[in-house]
Design a binder for this molecule. Structure first.
Ligand SMILES: CC(C)=CCC/C(C)=C/CC/C(C)=C/CC/C(C)=C/COP(=O)(O)OP(=O)(O)O
Ligand SMILES: O=P(O)(O)OC[C@@H](O)CO
Ligand SMILES: [Mg+2]
Length: 233
């Protein structure tokens, strides 16, 4: 069987990940939630900037019972690791200069990962200003990169590739007012040879398609489906 990463690299279609925040997820809503997400969904991401103990595992287990979509951990910290998922985005926050999120959390995670069956996917994570304070900036105590400094963002992504990242993730922050500009997506995609993930503030089909056209291989949508679920309860 090919790895989850290989299937991203070789995918001929654009990918769509729906992000589930374990803190806002109730087991009894799993089927309803899964019935509301787009049929184009290819991946489920599970994670939050802060998550109460154990909630990640409960969430992943409940999802795994009801869907065959691959479930990837998208962790805000090493305590969100659970072996019940398929893979983990092994994030390093390259936009920031906080050693704890560049290498500290990763060192804390490795023993658990080594003993798990999770596929570990090194991911260069780049936080870009979405015009409101994001949970990622707050938790990591780092500044997002300004959208108008495209060169710095491109160079950060390329440094990530040279450091060995297998994916680059451009993040405007959950609930961003302004998603990552398409000119940034284009410039980064032109320079790197890795699959590119884009997320944060993408609430409509139009924005999603615009990100794909600009060069995103995968789009992540979270908040918009969280809200939809709450509204439809
Ligand atoms: C590799 C391991 C074990 C951990 C990674 C640790 C790093 C580098 C984290 C990056 C910084 C960070 C806090 C990322 C959070 C990513 C994430 C899950 C965002 C989605 O959560 P939000 O929706 O933004 O936040 P809320 O939970 O507040 O809604
Ligand atoms: O919640 P939204 O704004 O869709 O953002 C998704 C994801 O990129 C956040 O980490
Ligand atoms: Mg959230």
């Amino acid at each position: 069987m090919i790895s989850f990463y290989e299937s991203i690299v070789t995918s001929e279609k654009k990918l769509l990940a729906i992000l589930i925040d374990p803190d806002k997820f109730y087991e009894e809503n799993v089927s309803h939630f899964l019935s509301r997400i787009p049929v184009q969904t290819t991946h489920i991401f599970v994670g939050g900037s802060t998550v109460a103990n154990n909630k990640t595992e409960v969430t992943v287990k409940a999802l795994k019972k009801e869907t065959n979509l691959p479930v990837f951990l998208f962790p805000g910290n090493y305590e969100q690791i659970t072996n019940t998922a398929d893979a983990i985005l092994f994030l390093s926050l390259l936009s920031g200069r906080n050693p704890e999120y560049l290498i500290g959390q990763q060192v804390k995670a490795v023993r658990m990962l080594k003993e798990s069956t999770l596929e570990v996917i090194p991911t260069g994570y780049i936080l870009i200003d979405g015009d409101n304070e994001s949970a990622v900036a707050r938790v990591s105590q780092t500044q997002p990169m300004p959208q108008d400094n495209i060169e710095a963002i491109v160079n950060t992504a390329l440094a990530g590739e040279y450091l060995g990242a297998k994916l680059i993730y451009l993040e405007a922050g959950s609930g961003a007012k302004i998603p990552v500009n398409t000119s940034i997506i284009e410039a980064v995609k032109k320079e790197i040879t890795l699959p590119l993930i884009v997320g944060g503030g993408i609430r409509t089909n139009e924005r999603k398609e615009a990100a794909y056209i600009a060069g995103a291989d995968m789009v992540v949508m979270g908040t918009v489906f969280e809200e939809e679920l709450l509204e439809s309860k």
